[in-house]
Design a protein. Structure first.
Length: 272
Protein backbone atom coordinates (compact mmCIF):
# COMPACT_ATOMS: atom_id res chain seq x y z
CA UNK A 1 0.00 0.00 0.00
CA UNK A 2 1.38 3.43 -0.94
CA UNK A 3 1.85 5.80 1.97
CA UNK A 4 0.41 9.31 1.98
CA UNK A 5 2.41 11.93 3.88
CA UNK A 6 0.99 15.15 5.36
CA UNK A 7 3.39 18.03 6.09
CA UNK A 8 2.30 21.60 6.88
CA UNK A 9 -1.10 21.11 5.29
CA UNK A 10 0.34 19.54 2.15
CA UNK A 11 -0.61 16.09 0.95
CA UNK A 12 1.99 14.33 -1.14
CA UNK A 13 1.25 11.44 -3.49
CA UNK A 14 4.46 9.90 -4.83
CA UNK A 15 3.91 7.84 -7.97
CA UNK A 16 6.52 5.30 -9.09
CA UNK A 17 7.55 4.82 -12.71
CA UNK A 18 7.10 8.35 -14.06
CA UNK A 19 8.10 8.96 -17.68
CA UNK A 20 11.82 8.33 -18.14
CA UNK A 21 11.72 9.48 -21.74
CA UNK A 22 10.51 12.90 -20.62
CA UNK A 23 13.42 13.12 -18.21
CA UNK A 24 15.91 12.12 -20.91
CA UNK A 25 14.42 14.64 -23.31
CA UNK A 26 14.71 17.43 -20.75
CA UNK A 27 18.32 16.49 -20.00
CA UNK A 28 19.26 16.70 -23.68
CA UNK A 29 17.41 19.89 -24.57
CA UNK A 30 17.28 21.91 -21.31
CA UNK A 31 13.61 22.45 -22.19
CA UNK A 32 10.72 22.10 -19.77
CA UNK A 33 7.00 22.12 -20.50
CA UNK A 34 4.66 23.59 -17.90
CA UNK A 35 0.90 23.94 -17.68
CA UNK A 36 -1.56 25.84 -15.55
CA UNK A 37 -5.18 24.71 -15.37
CA UNK A 38 -8.13 25.79 -13.24
CA UNK A 39 -10.07 22.50 -13.16
CA UNK A 40 -13.41 23.81 -11.87
CA UNK A 41 -13.37 21.61 -8.72
CA UNK A 42 -13.34 18.46 -10.85
CA UNK A 43 -16.67 19.05 -12.59
CA UNK A 44 -17.41 19.47 -16.30
CA UNK A 45 -18.21 23.17 -16.56
CA UNK A 46 -20.61 22.66 -19.48
CA UNK A 47 -22.03 19.30 -18.41
CA UNK A 48 -22.80 19.86 -14.76
CA UNK A 49 -22.92 16.91 -12.39
CA UNK A 50 -20.27 15.01 -14.36
CA UNK A 51 -16.65 14.54 -13.25
CA UNK A 52 -13.99 16.04 -15.52
CA UNK A 53 -10.98 14.17 -14.05
CA UNK A 54 -10.64 11.70 -16.92
CA UNK A 55 -10.76 14.56 -19.41
CA UNK A 56 -8.24 16.67 -17.48
CA UNK A 57 -5.93 13.63 -17.29
CA UNK A 58 -6.32 13.07 -21.04
CA UNK A 59 -5.25 16.66 -21.74
CA UNK A 60 -2.22 16.36 -19.44
CA UNK A 61 -1.20 13.01 -20.90
CA UNK A 62 -1.54 14.34 -24.44
CA UNK A 63 0.86 17.24 -23.84
CA UNK A 64 3.20 15.58 -21.30
CA UNK A 65 4.11 18.65 -19.22
CA UNK A 66 6.87 18.39 -16.65
CA UNK A 67 4.86 20.44 -14.15
CA UNK A 68 1.19 21.37 -13.81
CA UNK A 69 -0.31 24.02 -11.52
CA UNK A 70 -3.92 23.13 -10.69
CA UNK A 71 -6.51 25.47 -9.19
CA UNK A 72 -9.95 24.84 -7.67
CA UNK A 73 -8.86 21.50 -6.28
CA UNK A 74 -11.07 19.56 -3.84
CA UNK A 75 -9.76 17.04 -1.33
CA UNK A 76 -12.25 14.60 0.20
CA UNK A 77 -15.18 17.00 0.00
CA UNK A 78 -18.85 16.23 -0.20
CA UNK A 79 -18.83 17.96 -3.56
CA UNK A 80 -16.26 15.49 -4.90
CA UNK A 81 -18.33 12.62 -3.54
CA UNK A 82 -21.37 13.87 -5.43
CA UNK A 83 -19.36 13.58 -8.66
CA UNK A 84 -18.03 10.11 -7.85
CA UNK A 85 -20.93 7.84 -6.87
CA UNK A 86 -20.86 9.04 -3.27
CA UNK A 87 -17.14 8.40 -2.72
CA UNK A 88 -15.11 11.48 -1.76
CA UNK A 89 -11.91 11.99 -3.76
CA UNK A 90 -8.65 13.82 -3.41
CA UNK A 91 -8.44 15.25 -6.92
CA UNK A 92 -4.67 15.64 -6.91
CA UNK A 93 -4.20 12.02 -5.86
CA UNK A 94 -6.53 10.85 -8.62
CA UNK A 95 -4.84 12.96 -11.28
CA UNK A 96 -1.38 11.90 -10.12
CA UNK A 97 -2.44 8.29 -10.58
CA UNK A 98 -4.02 8.92 -14.00
CA UNK A 99 -0.96 10.79 -15.30
CA UNK A 100 1.83 8.82 -13.55
CA UNK A 101 3.09 12.03 -11.97
CA UNK A 102 3.90 13.07 -8.40
CA UNK A 103 1.02 14.97 -6.81
CA UNK A 104 0.99 17.64 -4.10
CA UNK A 105 -2.03 19.29 -2.51
CA UNK A 106 -1.93 22.56 -0.59
CA UNK A 107 -5.08 23.39 1.36
CA UNK A 108 -6.29 26.98 1.27
CA UNK A 109 -9.56 26.49 3.20
CA UNK A 110 -11.69 23.86 4.88
CA UNK A 111 -14.63 23.12 2.61
CA UNK A 112 -17.63 20.77 2.61
CA UNK A 113 -16.13 18.20 4.97
CA UNK A 114 -12.68 18.28 3.38
CA UNK A 115 -10.24 20.78 1.89
CA UNK A 116 -9.99 23.07 -1.11
CA UNK A 117 -6.96 24.76 -2.60
CA UNK A 118 -4.01 24.29 -4.92
CA UNK A 119 -2.50 21.27 -6.61
CA UNK A 120 0.81 20.66 -8.34
CA UNK A 121 1.77 17.70 -10.50
CA UNK A 122 5.45 17.02 -11.12
CA UNK A 123 7.24 14.62 -13.42
CA UNK A 124 10.05 14.50 -10.84
CA UNK A 125 10.27 13.87 -7.08
CA UNK A 126 9.98 17.11 -5.14
CA UNK A 127 9.61 18.74 -1.74
CA UNK A 128 6.64 21.03 -1.17
CA UNK A 129 5.78 24.01 1.01
CA UNK A 130 2.33 25.57 1.34
CA UNK A 131 2.11 29.33 2.02
CA UNK A 132 -1.09 30.96 3.26
CA UNK A 133 -1.78 34.26 1.49
CA UNK A 134 -3.30 37.36 3.15
CA UNK A 135 -6.88 38.46 2.62
CA UNK A 136 -7.22 41.81 4.44
CA UNK A 137 -10.75 42.37 3.12
CA UNK A 138 -11.92 38.91 4.20
CA UNK A 139 -13.45 36.40 1.86
CA UNK A 140 -12.09 33.05 0.72
CA UNK A 141 -8.63 32.03 1.91
CA UNK A 142 -5.92 31.57 -0.72
CA UNK A 143 -2.56 29.80 -0.88
CA UNK A 144 0.72 29.59 -2.79
CA UNK A 145 2.02 26.02 -3.20
CA UNK A 146 5.70 25.63 -4.09
CA UNK A 147 7.74 22.56 -4.90
CA UNK A 148 11.50 22.20 -5.33
CA UNK A 149 12.58 19.57 -7.85
CA UNK A 150 15.80 18.48 -9.52
CA UNK A 151 15.14 18.51 -13.28
CA UNK A 152 17.51 16.61 -15.58
CA UNK A 153 19.45 19.01 -17.78
CA UNK A 154 18.03 22.02 -15.93
CA UNK A 155 19.07 21.47 -12.33
CA UNK A 156 17.17 22.62 -9.24
CA UNK A 157 13.90 24.41 -10.00
CA UNK A 158 11.19 26.00 -7.88
CA UNK A 159 7.73 25.54 -9.40
CA UNK A 160 4.80 27.39 -7.83
CA UNK A 161 1.03 27.36 -8.25
CA UNK A 162 -1.54 29.79 -6.91
CA UNK A 163 -5.09 31.12 -7.23
CA UNK A 164 -5.70 34.70 -6.14
CA UNK A 165 -8.85 36.30 -4.75
CA UNK A 166 -11.75 36.86 -7.12
CA UNK A 167 -13.67 39.20 -4.82
CA UNK A 168 -11.56 42.13 -3.62
CA UNK A 169 -8.83 44.12 -5.37
CA UNK A 170 -7.13 44.84 -2.04
CA UNK A 171 -6.79 41.11 -1.44
CA UNK A 172 -5.26 40.52 -4.88
CA UNK A 173 -2.76 43.30 -4.30
CA UNK A 174 -1.78 41.99 -0.86
CA UNK A 175 -1.50 38.45 -2.22
CA UNK A 176 0.70 39.56 -5.11
CA UNK A 177 3.05 41.31 -2.67
CA UNK A 178 3.10 38.22 -0.43
CA UNK A 179 4.03 36.00 -3.38
CA UNK A 180 7.00 38.23 -4.18
CA UNK A 181 8.09 38.17 -0.54
CA UNK A 182 7.87 34.36 -0.48
CA UNK A 183 9.83 33.86 -3.71
CA UNK A 184 12.26 36.79 -3.96
CA UNK A 185 15.02 35.06 -1.97
CA UNK A 186 15.03 31.93 -4.13
CA UNK A 187 18.56 31.07 -5.23
CA UNK A 188 17.28 28.87 -8.08
CA UNK A 189 15.09 29.61 -11.13
CA UNK A 190 11.37 29.96 -10.44
CA UNK A 191 8.43 29.13 -12.72
CA UNK A 192 4.93 29.95 -11.49
CA UNK A 193 1.49 29.19 -12.92
CA UNK A 194 -1.97 29.99 -11.77
CA UNK A 195 -5.36 31.61 -12.02
CA UNK A 196 -4.43 35.08 -10.82
CA UNK A 197 -7.87 36.62 -11.30
CA UNK A 198 -6.30 39.80 -12.64
CA UNK A 199 -5.93 41.29 -16.10
CA UNK A 200 -2.66 42.67 -17.50
CA UNK A 201 -3.78 46.30 -17.09
CA UNK A 202 -4.14 46.07 -13.29
CA UNK A 203 -1.90 46.90 -10.34
CA UNK A 204 -1.58 43.32 -8.99
CA UNK A 205 -0.26 42.26 -12.43
CA UNK A 206 2.28 45.08 -12.33
CA UNK A 207 3.38 43.94 -8.87
CA UNK A 208 4.08 40.39 -10.09
CA UNK A 209 5.91 41.80 -13.12
CA UNK A 210 8.40 43.56 -10.84
CA UNK A 211 10.01 40.17 -10.32
CA UNK A 212 8.59 37.84 -12.99
CA UNK A 213 8.38 37.72 -16.78
CA UNK A 214 5.06 36.91 -18.44
CA UNK A 215 5.62 34.04 -20.89
CA UNK A 216 2.66 34.84 -23.14
CA UNK A 217 3.60 38.52 -23.36
CA UNK A 218 7.18 37.68 -24.35
CA UNK A 219 5.99 35.13 -26.88
CA UNK A 220 3.69 37.73 -28.44
CA UNK A 221 -0.07 37.87 -29.15
CA UNK A 222 -1.31 36.76 -25.69
CA UNK A 223 -4.65 34.98 -25.86
CA UNK A 224 -7.61 35.14 -23.50
CA UNK A 225 -8.05 32.14 -21.20
CA UNK A 226 -11.59 32.43 -19.84
CA UNK A 227 -14.18 31.42 -20.59
CA UNK A 228 -14.00 28.56 -23.04
CA UNK A 229 -17.45 29.51 -24.35
CA UNK A 230 -16.68 33.24 -24.64
CA UNK A 231 -12.95 33.90 -24.08
CA UNK A 232 -12.96 37.56 -23.03
CA UNK A 233 -10.22 37.77 -20.38
CA UNK A 234 -6.64 36.70 -19.77
CA UNK A 235 -6.29 35.78 -16.10
CA UNK A 236 -4.34 32.48 -16.28
CA UNK A 237 -0.57 32.91 -16.58
CA UNK A 238 2.83 31.28 -16.59
CA UNK A 239 5.43 33.59 -15.04
CA UNK A 240 9.14 32.92 -14.67
CA UNK A 241 12.23 34.39 -13.03
CA UNK A 242 14.90 35.47 -13.68
CA UNK A 243 13.92 36.62 -17.15
CA UNK A 244 17.41 36.35 -18.62
CA UNK A 245 17.75 32.68 -17.62
CA UNK A 246 14.91 31.43 -19.82
CA UNK A 247 13.90 31.56 -23.46
CA UNK A 248 10.21 31.20 -24.32
CA UNK A 249 9.83 28.61 -27.08
CA UNK A 250 6.06 28.29 -27.29
CA UNK A 251 2.85 29.37 -25.55
CA UNK A 252 -0.55 27.81 -26.25
CA UNK A 253 -4.01 28.35 -24.83
CA UNK A 254 -5.57 24.94 -25.41
CA UNK A 255 -9.11 24.83 -26.77
CA UNK A 256 -10.41 22.34 -24.22
CA UNK A 257 -13.81 22.56 -22.52
CA UNK A 258 -13.44 20.39 -19.41
CA UNK A 259 -13.47 23.63 -17.37
CA UNK A 260 -14.62 27.19 -17.89
CA UNK A 261 -10.89 28.08 -17.95
CA UNK A 262 -8.67 26.88 -20.75
CA UNK A 263 -5.28 25.41 -19.86
CA UNK A 264 -2.14 27.35 -20.72
CA UNK A 265 0.84 25.31 -21.97
CA UNK A 266 4.33 26.84 -22.12
CA UNK A 267 7.70 25.53 -23.28
CA UNK A 268 10.77 27.19 -21.75
CA UNK A 269 14.45 26.63 -22.40
CA UNK A 270 17.08 27.30 -19.75
CA UNK A 271 19.83 29.33 -21.37
CA UNK A 272 23.48 28.33 -20.96
Amino acid sequence: MKKVFSILGILLFPIAGFAQKAAERAAESRVITVMTYNIYHGEMAYDRGKSNLAEVARIINKHQPDFVALQEVDSLTGRSAALNRGMAQNLVKELAFLTSMHGFFGKAIDYDGGGYGEGVLSRYPAKAVNHALPNPEGGEGRALLTIRAEVPGVGPLLFAGTHLCHQFDANKLAQAEAILAALEKSDIPVVMGGDFNFRPDTEPYRVIRRQFADAALINGHPENTISYATPRSRIDYIFFSPEDKWRVIDVQVLREDASDHMPVLVKLKLEE
